[in-house]
Design a protein around this ligand. Structure first.
Ligand code: URA
Length: 235
């Protein structure tokens, strides 16, 4: 298992995750072993042709009126980061901060997401970050299935353009929408799934907003991040 450098330790501290380093071996260990898990291949694996370039796609999102969320948004929240990233992080939908700033994961949950990425040696700028929805649902309600359906073509185009080696779905809503399932998040963790439309391998973890409310589960999120790092390295 990988060693923790002082900087990673600081980020884990910021995440609120305690890791144990044994005296005899300065290697990181977690209380529960990460299960060896099969790759779960979703039934439908159609590929998405890339129809748009980034400029056309971004413009289309900016002008989108495919669902009622355009009536209440301040602005669309397209996505941000490295367009050649190996890792793409996909969340649920913009919140109030994101709606104001036009960038995903800029609020408190975003700060924790940044810490989670740093804990596995990634800067926010190295990954590409997007959401299932490009517009904020009023009062932070869950995205409606029809909203997610209307918005999905934009996200699939982003995935097809970035061509990441791995997708990290953060939270139940993102994982369930991407994998077209009602399976509980806990049962989706620790496995490499496959995004049906693009075939990109996909791993699931908790949403940072949930982790802020439920810090006891940060340890499980840390296990998911180690699993992610192991998967991306062995790829
Ligand atoms: N939560 C999300 O899922 N996405 C954001 O961009 C912000 C908060």
């Amino acid at each position: 298992m990988a060693r923790l450098n002082p900087q990673q330790q600081a980020y884990l501290d910021a995440m609120g995750v305690t890791v144990w380093v044994s005296q005899s071996s300065p290697e990181l260990s977690v209380t529960q072993p990460i299960p060896e898990s099969p790759i779960v291949v979703a039934a439908q694996t159609a590929s998405v042709p890339v129809l748009e370039d980034w400029t056309v796609l971004e413009q289309a999102v900016k002008q989108c009126q495919r669902c009622d969320l355009h009536k209440t948004r301040t602005q669309t929240v397209f996505g941000v980061g490295n367009r050649q990233a190996e890792l793409m992080v996909i969340g649920e939908a913009p919140g109030a901060d994101e709606d104001r700033q036009g960038e995903p994961f800029v609020g408190r949950a975003g700060q924790l997401l940044n810490e989670m990425l740093k804990a596995i040696g990634l800067q926010r700028q190295q990954v590409y970050i997007a959401n299932i929805l490009k517009c904020r649902p009023p009062n932070n309600r869950d995205p409606k299935p029809e909203e997610a359906a209307q918005c999905s073509a934009y996200l699939f185009q982003q995935i097809a353009l970035v061509k990441p080696r791995l997708i990290l779905a953060v939270g139940r809503i993102a994982a369930q929408r991407l994998l077209k399932t009602d399976t509980a998040l806990g049962r989706m963790r620790g496995k490499v799934h496959q995004h049906p439309e693009t075939g990109v391998p996909l791993i699931v973890t908790y949403h940072p907003a949930y982790l802020l409310r439920t810090p006891a589960d940060k340890r499980k999120a840390w296990e998911d991040l180690l699993f992610l790092r192991k998967t991306i390295k062995s790829d």
